[in-house]
Design a protein around this ligand. Structure first.
Ligand code: DX5
Ligand code: ZN
Length: 216
């Protein structure tokens, strides 16, 4: 089952409520929330208060992607704000295992995100306890960038790693995904598709969401 997680990074920030209603009506599975701190990535977006207010507006799963240095400082705040899935970057937290324990203790699903260059081997000892792995297919910080083709090999390798251990972990891919490459991305084992620009720049966002869900 393919899940579609539109990224509201590409929405009009003054009309978030409309965007959420549109995504719900269009059959989105998750709302992908890109939190950027201007340190881990060269851009700044929003924090827990935005998640709190989105929580009041939608029942869809809030998939919170923390592109934040030392995300452990904010796990509790995002959990209280109503995040459903909290995803931290391996590169941003010194004590990854401890940070994941904090997310689980808060009763939330936990995910680890990897930058394009980060090898899968960093997941070796934490994989078993994860709900989701997010593979960045662009360098994080901005919407609308081009998909890095080597991400497909990485997805295939991750899928093999998960299957070899008999685990049930979602593989999420983030960056440069749209109807033009969705077939390859899903064939590589990805089952959660983040899409920002492809959805929000389209004349008919709902149609793009349907196509992503169909995988073609
Ligand atoms: C990039 C963000 C992505 C981004 C994806 O740093 O993590 O979620 O919004 O946007 P597109 O689909 O436009 O590449
Ligand atoms: Zn993201």
């Amino acid at each position: 089952m393919i899940k579609v997680a539109p990224s509201v990074l590409s929405a009009d920030f003054t009309r978030f409520c409309d965007a959420l209603k549109m995504l719900e009506a269009a059959g989105a599975d998750y709302i992908h929330c890109d939190v950027m701190d201007g340190m881990f990535v060269p851009n700044i977006t929003f924090g827990p208060y935005m998640i709190r207010d989105m929580r009041k507006t939608t029942n869809l799963t809030l998939d919170v992607h923390l592109m934040v240095q030392a995300p452990e400082r904010y796990v509790e705040a995002f959990a209280e704000a109503g995040a459903d899935i909290i995803v931290v970057h391996e590169e941003a937290t010194t004590h990854l295992d401890r940070t994941l324990q904090m997310i689980r203790a808060a009763g939330k699903k936990c995910g680890v995100a990897l930058n394009p260059h980060t090898p899968l081997s960093v997941l070796e000892y934490v994989l078993d306890g994860l709900d989701q792995v997010l593979l960045m297919s662009v360098n994080p910080g901005f919407g609308g960038q081009s998909f890095l083709p080597y991400s497909l090999d990485k997805a295939r390798a991750l899928k093999a790693m998960i299957d070899a251990r008999g685990l049930d972990i979602d593989i999420e891919m983030d960056g440069g995904i749209g109807p033009n490459n969705v077939a390859e991305v899903t064939a590589a084992g990805v089952n959660v598709l983040v899409a920002g620009n492809a959805v929000f720049a389209a004349p008919d966002p709902a149609e793009v969401i349907r196509r992503l869900k169909r995988g073609k």
